[in-house]
Write a protein that binds this ligand. Structure first.
Ligand SMILES: [Zn+2]
Length: 571
């Protein structure tokens, strides 16, 4: 007998009903699809994927129910390595930008549905202040279907900075573990290390407007002094000689390594959006060459030129560095033309954007822990800076040789909404489509980037790597991003098409934990999804007690939240 899913119109997707003793979803054979599973080396060979109780298994009895996948492309569920969809910053952005209408700032239920409709089944919120963790988790509970987690911000946290300044690295490590546990986070994120705190203390604020340094629609400025100010440097001593950004990132990356967290330090480098910041990025990457690190939205950190007038790509230099350093991973933070919303803990970078695009903005001070800025923005094809940012992202995708280390993101909603991923996939897979798009952008983009000369086209295998296998591996999600036995049964079936955008915009079937949640772009069942958290080893005895006393004292002195109310409780 044929199983009909709600709204079932596609005769390719059918199956036999299970016996009445089976639960509705316990066993399922996805039969005869073309499997793209880079982790197990399958590159489109025809085969079956067997599911039992939400997990991929090696085989099933012949009588098991069948989901016919003949002629369909089969991949693991997509894994989002970096997005901004929950927590106080995103909530503030929704308040500031009601005109967005959900395009870049979807409601919480719509976040889960929209990701699931695109075939994404795991989503990482990349920036939550420790004090925002409780609110972020409450938000996550309202995001259906997908599994999800948060990264916690400590690169400008006054307690962490004090331990780093004083060289108390064992205590710092214990503090990181305590914070990951208290906030139920998956990873440690650092945004503009030390730079947000320095800015909050008054460094390099007064000239930001004159510098007009943000990635913006502002017209070119006359040549002048370099726009990357001395305060924005890896060895800046604004916070003191023992608290340089170099020392902050290497200390925290070492702590993450020593704790054995599943994901390395997730780093948003200093100097975001500034012309000429590529030199600083390269020095930062070199400083972390022997430590595990993931560099996020690298597109925003790959700029040459000394002023906005000279703004140009240095993607090739950064890509060459990644080719030479096989431990490092990056996500791109691709810019897509159209409306976007800057939402970042990098208060100074968003302030510069606001001064440049002259749009409304919002700043939150997170009680000595981090910063937060929100600015709406519009990326235009006709604008040189927007066009270059778009080209630089694509250059990074096409120049970094190993797809296992470059992941597909738009830094949603900073570079554009995640709903534009199918269009981005087409830009990567279809050179003609890309050249047509390049022909529409500002003519100088061709002179100031290498995109016009890049002929590489991503294969379906490459797409499977940059959207699921690679991010899952970098995140340390052992049950995600692949279809080997033991993996979570998060599986996506696509109708193959010469139009990659159409193919990836509307998967034929999306399964989450073995349950069909979407069909032909429609949600058919709204499951809950899990919240993923890392559990680092914790110190014992006197050291732990002393650390908790330090944290408690700090809360009592400077924080509006009582210490007892800070750790996120079970449930
Ligand atoms: Zn981000």
């Amino acid at each position: 007998m044929t199983v009909r899913f709600p709204g079932d119109k596609n005769p390719a997707v059918t199956g036999r009903r299970k016996s009445r003793h089976d639960s509705e979803t316990s066993a399922l054979r996805i039969r005869g699809g073309r499997i793209f599973d880079p982790t197990t080396g399958r590159r489109g060979e025809t085969g079956d994927v067997c599911i039992l109780n939400g997990t991929i298994v090696p085989s099933l009895p012949a009588a098991a129910p069948i989901l016919e996948a003949r002629n369909l492309v089969v991949m693991a569920g997509g894994v989002e390595v970096h997005t901004h969809v929950v927590g106080p910053a995103v909530g503030a952005a929704r308040l500031l930008c009601p005109e967005d209408g959900g395009r870049c700032l979807p409601t919480l239920p719509e976040v889960g549905r929209r990701y699931a409709r695109l075939g994404y089944t795991t989503v990482m919120e990349a920036a939550v202040s420790p004090l925002g963790a409780r609110s972020a988790h409450a938000d996550l509970d309202d995001v259906p279907i997908v599994d999800k987690g948060i990264f916690i911000l400590l690169g400008n946290d006054s307690v962490a900075l004090e331990f780093i300044r004083d060289g108390r690295f064992d205590v710092l490590k214990e503090y990181v573990a305590w914070m990951i546990e208290a906030t139920r986070a998956w990873a440690l994120k650092v945004v503009n290390p030390g730079g947000v705190e320095a800015w909050k203390c008054g460094a390099h604020a007064p000239d930001a407007g004159k510098a007009s340094a943000a990635p913006s629609g502002a017209p070119g400025l006359s040549p002048g002094p370099p726009l990357v100010p001395a305060e924005v440097d890896l060895d800046a001593t604004t916070l003191g000689p023992d608290l340089t950004p170099r020392r902050i990132v290497t200390s925290l990356a070492s702590a993450v390594r020593d704790l054995g967290l599943p994901h390395p330090l997730h780093l948003h480098m200093n100097g975001l959006g500034l012309p000429g910041n590529a030199a600083l990025s390269l020095r930062t990457m070199d400083a972390l060459r022997d430590l595990p690190a993931h560099f996020t939205h690298v597109q925003f950190h790959a700029y040459g030129g000394r002023t906005m007038k000279g703004f140009r790509s240095r993607a090739a230099d950064l890509a060459a560095w990644f080719d030479d350093h096989p431990r490092a991973t990056l996500d791109v933070g691709q810019v897509m033309f159209g409306p976007a919303v800057g939402v970042s803990a990098d208060g100074p970078a968003l302030y510069r954007l606001h001064r440049a695009n002259r749009r409304k903005w919002l700043n939150l001070d997170i009680e000595g822990q981090t910063g937060c800025g929100v600015v709406p923005h519009l990326y235009r094809e006709s604008n040189l800076v927007s066009g270059l940012q778009w080209a630089i992202g694509l250059e990074l995708f096409l120049l970094v040789r190993d797809p296992w280390r470059v992941f597909l993101t738009t830094d949603h909603p900073n570079g554009g909404p995640f709903s534009s991923y199918p269009a981005l996939i087409r830009l990567l897979m279809d050179r003609t489509f890309r050249q047509e798009a390049l022909a529409r952008v500002h003519p100088k983009v061709k002179e100031r980037s290498s995109l016009a000369g890049l002929t590489r086209e991503y294969t379906l295998e490459d797409i499977a790597i940059v959207t699921r296998a690679g991010p899952a591996r970098a995140l340390g999600l052992e049950r995600k991003g692949h279809l080997a036995p033991g993996a979570d049964a998060d599986v996506v079936l696509y109708n193959p098409s010469g139009d990659a955008e159409a193919m990836f915009a509307t998967p034929a079937v999306v399964l989450k934990d073995g349950v069909v949640v979407a069909r032909d772009g429609e949600i058919v069942q709204e499951t809950r999804g899990r919240t993923l958290r890392a559990v680092p080893p914790r110190g014992q005895g006197r050291a732990r007690t002393a650390l908790e006393k330090t944290i408690r004292d700090r809360f009592e002195r400077t924080t509006t939240v009582p210490f007892e109310d800070f750790p996120v409780p079970d449930g």
